[in-house]
Design a protein around this ligand. Structure first.
Ligand SMILES: [Zn+2]
Ligand SMILES: [Zn+2]
Length: 246
């Protein structure tokens, strides 16, 4: 199974990183709809799409407006946007309010309530993550392949979500901060690099790829990757357009 990182930044786009958007082209699944969504058409390979939103902060939903012009109408008519019911309602009411975006959403909003079937015999499950306003983590399982996506939360090896991601082949996890100076991770609902490596080790995942990087330090010069790999050896920083197999 192939995962394409369309956007690996947090908060706002830069020349190096668009904001949160991951794509599994073979099954038409997108995880988050940040500004990286603008690259969707390069990878579109299915006649329908399923977009799963972790939450409704702008760096995760603004790209929904790109779908209107980047995806053929026949595909849009079979496209569903999934997420927490209240967050979907906020997106529909505010992001697609006529003064902000003048085209009505040409896809369906589907509140998540329980596991979701995916093409190819897969299943997506979701679980809550602490973050201002709340976020959702996702785990996607197919026979022989598994992926977890955890963003916009504060990593801790004893966090409740660790059980939900245990043993996945690939963990894509946010690492907004290089370290936990001034308690910024817990104050903002984001993660520090070393704590993320500890989560990967505790959950015994196969591989860790870091995303949702702080746009103000996105040259990663502050990331101590040697220290992170000392805790979990199979750690790397995600880059926009990176393609990962799992
Ligand atoms: Zn975010
Ligand atoms: Zn957020």
């Amino acid at each position: 199974m192939k995962l394409v990182l369309l956007g690996t930044g947090g908060y706002f786009p830069t020349t190096e990183r668009h904001t949160a958007c991951l794509m599994l082209p073979e099954v038409g699944v997108l995880l988050d709809a940040g500004s990286g969504m603008c690259r969707l058409a390069e990878h579109l390979a299915t006649d329908r799409l399923d977009v799963f939103l972790t939450h409704a902060h702008l760096d995760h939903v603004a790209g929904l407006t790109c779908l209107v012009n980047l995806v053929p109408p026949a595909v849009l008519s079979k496209t569903n946007v999934h997420g927490d019911a209240a967050k979907l309602a906020a997106v529909r009411e505010h992001l697609f309010a006529e003064p902000i975006f003048p085209v009505s959403p040409p896809f369906r909003f589907e509140p998540l309530d329980g596991p979701c079937r995916l093409p190819g015999g897969g299943t997506l499950t979701h679980f809550p993550l602490p973050h201002p306003g709340g976020s959702l983590g996702f785990r996607l399982d197919w026979p022989g392949h598994s992926l977890a996506y955890v963003t916009d939360t504060t990593a801790a090896a004893n966090a409740e979500y660790v059980d939900h991601i245990r043993g996945v082949d690939l963990l894509v996890h946010e690492a907004y901060f290089a370290d936990d100076r001034r308690d910024l991770p817990s104050l903002t609902g984001h993660s520090a690099l070393i704590e993320v490596a500890k989560v990967a080790a505790a959950a015994q995942v196969g591989r860790l790829v870091l995303v949702h990087i702080d746009p103000q330090t996105c040259d990663q010069s502050e990331f101590d990757m040697d220290a992170a790999r000392g805790i979990f050896v199979n750690t790397e920083i995600g880059e926009d357009r990176m393609e990962l197999s799992f």
